[in-house]
Design a protein around this ligand. Structure first.
Ligand SMILES: *[C@@H]1O[C@H](CO)[C@@H](O)[C@H](O)[C@H]1NC(C)=O
Ligand SMILES: *[C@@H]1O[C@H](CO)[C@@H](O)[C@H](O)[C@H]1NC(C)=O
Ligand SMILES: *[C@@H]1O[C@H](CO)[C@@H](O)[C@H](O)[C@H]1NC(C)=O
Ligand SMILES: *[C@@H]1O[C@H](CO)[C@@H](O)[C@H](O)[C@H]1NC(C)=O
Ligand SMILES: *[C@@H]1O[C@H](CO)[C@@H](O)[C@H](O)[C@H]1NC(C)=O
Ligand SMILES: *[C@@H]1O[C@H](CO)[C@@H](O)[C@H](O)[C@H]1NC(C)=O
Length: 246
């Protein structure tokens, strides 16, 4: 059952590979995940298992024993997110199996104390936002289209989780005066242990290693896309800005 779902989940990847093989058969050696991609995928799996474990260990204990219909409805949505987090990890493992030298990271995660649905939502928002940015950042480290495709999909998945939870926690989540696209975080920042969005070092148990960029030093910036202050945005600004809002 889970296998079928995973095959379905990855159906687009297969189609992409097939198209590449027929139209550009000469570049087939760059189409399979490389050993450098294995490091990217291990990092991605560690991050994915972290957020999956957060839901697994906190959703039932926080939302499980309520007769309140609002909380019960919320819990059903969270079971859906929990399931999607499990699918995310399964997808990474499936692509990882094709990358030479890939192995699953063994992590001893720690999770913050969660004492109320309110604190749960605040931590989930912070973690989903961080994980979204981590997958976007990792896309800058991949070598094969298949890995980029997977990372784009994971980032979109977690960005949706973040928006769902974040729009309840943060009243300015979609602010009219927003000046930046969704945040991206490089692996080094993810590993740092600052107590804020973008860092998970405190929780990962020191089990992950930052991948190295195949293209040398790589700075992951905030990807600002600010329409000009006169209100007449440059064409680049408009298209990038529109890309966030749609
Ligand atoms: C979360 O729980 C599901 C099933 O309940 C399991 O398949 C999955 O591996 C768990 N995820 C993590 C990261 O522990
Ligand atoms: C949480 O509760 C639901 C329903 O009661 C159950 O199906 C699920 O396996 C539980 N999850 C975990 C991680 O124990
Ligand atoms: C149910 O929970 C919601 C969210 O915490 C709360 O606003 C509401 O007052 C609760 N309803 C009852 C009947 O306790
Ligand atoms: C609320 O969301 C906005 C837009 O995403 C972000 O700039 C801001 O930092 C968030 N605030 C908090 C407290 O998370
Ligand atoms: C955007 O507007 C909100 C209030 O509507 C304000 O608190 C915030 O400082 C503004 N942010 C920027 C970057 O101007
Ligand atoms: C980390 O930040 C959270 C929320 O801002 C706060 O509740 C917590 O006490 C902080 N933890 C540490 C170790 O500073």
């Amino acid at each position: 059952m889970r296998f079928n779902i995973v095959s379905l989940l990855l159906a687009g990847v297969t189609a992409t590979s097939a198209a590449t093989t027929t139209s550009a058969a000469g570049s087939a050696s760059t189409c399979l995940p490389s050993s450098s991609d294995a490091k990217v995928l291990q990092f991605a799996l560690g991050v994915s298992n972290f957020i999956g474990g957060f839901y697994n260990t906190t959703v039932n204990s926080t939302f499980g024993n309520s007769n309140n219909a609002t909380i019960q409805a919320y819990q059903r949505v969270l079971f859906g997110l929990e399931k999607d987090n499990t699918l995310s990890s399964a997808a990474i493992e499936k692509v990882g199996a094709k990358a030479p030298g890939f192995s699953k990271p063994t992590c001893d995660y720690t999770y913050p104390e969660v004492s109320s649905t309110q604190t749960w939502a605040q931590w989930a928002y912070r973690f989903e936002d961080t994980v979204t940015g981590a997958f976007i950042g990792l896309a800058g480290y991949s070598q094969s289209p298949e890995v980029s495709f997977l990372l784009a999909r994971l980032a979109a998945e977690h960005s949706a989780h973040s928006a769902l939870i974040g729009s309840r926690v943060n009243s300015t989540y979609f602010a009219a005066n927003s000046t930046s696209l969704v945040a991206a975080y490089g692996p080094a920042q993810i590993l740092s242990s600052r107590n804020q969005t973008g860092s998970l070092g405190e929780y990962l148990g020191g089990c992950l290693t930052a991948p190295t960029s195949p293209c040398g030093a790589w700075r992951i910036g905030p990807l600002d896309a600010t329409p000009s202050s006169s209100g007449v945005a440059s064409s680049t600004g408009v298209s990038t800005y529109a890309a966030k809002k749609n």
